[in-house]
Design a protein around this ligand. Structure first.
Ligand code: EPU
Length: 331
């Protein structure tokens, strides 16, 4: 049993199943055995920390396929359906090569297509919700197919109905994206526009934009093959305007962005200024180039990750009065 996870933590479960064909999944659901025990849907394992044995079934989708949905395409709109088991970045690169645009800013995110609506993955100013048209699923309890249109997915920052109310009740089988034939680079994110300007590329091609994104990304985040991690371990916390103003008066260089509910604080900044950047506890460390990321320093266990996360959370709370929420899922 090889339960893959980018943190590189050995994981165990009562049962581990890989599914490639729709008929296999339907037969499994018809048997009803998935309802008898806890179920965990595993994509690339890029957002999970295994701290305990999983007392149920882990289902890993390995279905493949990317197709143009001709019947929906019209004018500049291109609709592309990708199987849940496709590797996310392979899909992004496939779209760029076919001149289907809109996914460039989501280059080099680890994980699979199936996880993208669940997590509403996002980076450099773009979120999956901006490009997802619909999500095709199967209900675990009945095996019935159900298509969720974008609005039904209740997308929010790193969140969706599949992580909330309907958690583990539907299996995402494929996702249809609404892309464009015309390339309109989205370079609102400052670190990105700075990197492009420095490279003399104010008007990048889609390929150049994707390469620039990968460069910015890998300058801050550890490559999974070099150092185990779950990407951003915490979410960026949102605080009220009054709490933001109070913090800002004390910490004038604090990084924050206005959002509808108040202000989103850069958790990396908070963790760094609570003194944790580059520090470690046991075999788990706070990454020296991006404090939002916890890394496996070699042979780290899930419990060590949780211990470090708790220590960081307690210090940030003590210092700033802000409670960090985990983005990573602890099993
Ligand atoms: N910062 C610090 N110290 C740090 C890290 C960050 O002061 O150690 C400050 C910097 O001023 C920086 C700002 O925080 O300018 C924001 O940092 P960054 O651009 O690296 O983005 P982030 O808010 O830390 C989020 C996502 C990332 C995504 C990037 C780019 C979350 C939880 N994380 O990080 O997503 O790649 O923006 O869009 O929203 C992921 O979810 O796994 C992930 C990597």
């Amino acid at each position: 049993m090889n339960i893959s996870n980018t943190f590189g933590i050995p994981a165990t479960a009562d049962r581990y199943l890989e599914i490639r064909e729709e008929t296999e999944l339907q037969a499994l659901l018809a048997g009803g055995t998935l309802c008898n025990a806890p179920l965990l849907l595993l994509g690339g394992g890029s957002n999970m920390v295994f701290a305990h044995h999983f007392p149920g079934t882990i289902l890993h989708l390995e279905n493949k396929g990317i197709r143009l949905v001709e019947e929906l395409c019209s004018g500049d709109d291109v609709f592309v359906e990708a199987a849940a088991g496709e590797v996310w970045d392979d899909f992004v690169q496939h779209c760029i090569a076919h001149e289907w645009h809109g996914l460039e800013n989501l280059t080099a995110i680890p994980g699979t297509v199936g996880a993208s609506p669940v997590q509403n993955v996002g980076a450099y100013g773009v979120e999956a919700k901006d490009v997802i048209h619909s999500v095709r699923t199967f209900e675990v309890a009945t095996g019935r197919e159900r298509i969720f249109m974008n609005e039904e997915c209740r997308f929010a920052y790193r969140d969706s109905i599949f992580k909330g109310e309907l958690k583990d009740r539907y299996i995402v089988w494929s996702v249809t994206f609404r892309l464009r034939r015309t390339f309109q680079p989205d370079v609102r994110y400052k670190a990105l526009s700075d990197a492009l300007a420095a490279a003399g590329m104010e008007h990048p091609t889609a390929q150049q934009l994707s390469e620039a994104i990968a460069k910015v990304r890998w300058s801050k985040l550890p490559r999974p093959e070099e150092k185990g991690s779950a990407g951003s371990f915490f979410k960026n916390p949102v605080v009220s305007e009054s709490q933001y103003r109070k913090l800002l008066s004390e910490y004038p260089d604090m990084v924050a962005y206005p959002v509808a509910e108040g202000y989103k604080l850069a958790a990396g900044w908070l963790i760094e200024h609570a003194g944790w950047k580059g520090r470690s506890l046991g075999r788990c460390g706070v990454y020296e180039r991006q404090a939002l990321v916890l890394v496996n320093l070699g042979g780290c266990t899930g419990q060590e990750v949780v211990a470090l996360a708790d220590a960081v959370t307690a210090d940030v709370e003590r210092r700033f009065g802000v409670t960090l929420q985990k983005e990573a899922i602890i099993i």
